[in-house]
Write a protein that binds this ligand. Sequence first.
Ligand SMILES: Cc1cc2nc3c(=O)[nH]c(=O)nc-3n(C[C@H](O)[C@H](O)[C@H](O)COP(=O)(O)O)c2cc1C
Length: 302
Amino acid sequence: MMDLTVRIGSRTLNNPIGVASGTFGYGSEYEKLIDLNSIGALYTKAVTPEPRPGNDVPRIVETPSGMLNSIGLANVGLERFINEKLPFLKSVPSAVIVNVAGAEQRDYHTVIETLAAEDGIWGWEINLSCPNVKCGGLALGTDPTLVENLTSELRALTDKPLIIKLTPNVTDITAIARAAEQGGADAVSCINTLVGMLIDTEHQRPILPGGTGGLSGPAVLPVGLAAVYRVSRAVEIPVIGVGGILEPDHALQYLLAGAAAVQVGTANFIDPQIHQRILEAVEAYGERHDLRAVREIGSLLQ
Ligand SMILES: Cc1cc2nc3c(=O)[nH]c(=O)nc-3n(C[C@H](O)[C@H](O)[C@H](O)COP(=O)(O)O)c2cc1C
């Protein structure tokens, strides 16, 4: 049997297959559908200090090869997260990673400081793709200096694994990854959604009320793979690959590109069991190629 464990900072994941933030709710939504035991890491929907109702509908629209969403970080906020969501998450056998978001730097501090005393949280994934009010609405994750500063501030608040989630909507994603590493991140995950748009030609208006949204699904697979390939060669810390995984082979491509672990997002809406199929395929791949540990896959790429 191949060793499937993945070390991130001070902790170890049982296996490299996770479910991506925003596509798996707070876990309980999937409880009756699937066996949660085989998930390596469950990344929660983003948590902000206050509840957020989210954007006007429609928030989701299908595109020729993916989906466009403009959810607007709709979430229950910290208080309800603690009282209503965390009790279930504490019973989940996989690592629970809280996706943290905010409209300004202080919000990220508040979420981590408030949740620090709670059991059942394995680590943090910091969503830097939110439009930041203090930066005039520009995503926080597009500026290396801001990323390094915020990462080091959050590092000082927690010993748990700190994963910085990178936006692909930048010129050089490796510069942002290096800034996160410099700030003390234990890992980076990439990619978040790409900015996209669709237009209703008869009514001459954007289909999403906000104009643009985030593109995910099959269309972004090559973008995510290239990001992981480049970022994993630019930093020493583990890289978690996410974007467009629809089939086990896509996850294997991420591992070959240099990802230590992966996340499945949009595909959960089509097949909530997909993480299980991927895990089986990774194990079979290990057997076929005589591997002792999943971490060896990254060194196979020629
Ligand atoms: C409906 C929806 C909601 C999402 N919400 C979040 C979120 O709250 N925080 C976050 O970091 N990423 C969020 N994402 C991005 C995903 O976690 C993932 O990075 C992205 O969709 C690419 O992966 P995929 O192509 O497998 O879906 C969301 C994606 C979708 C489709």
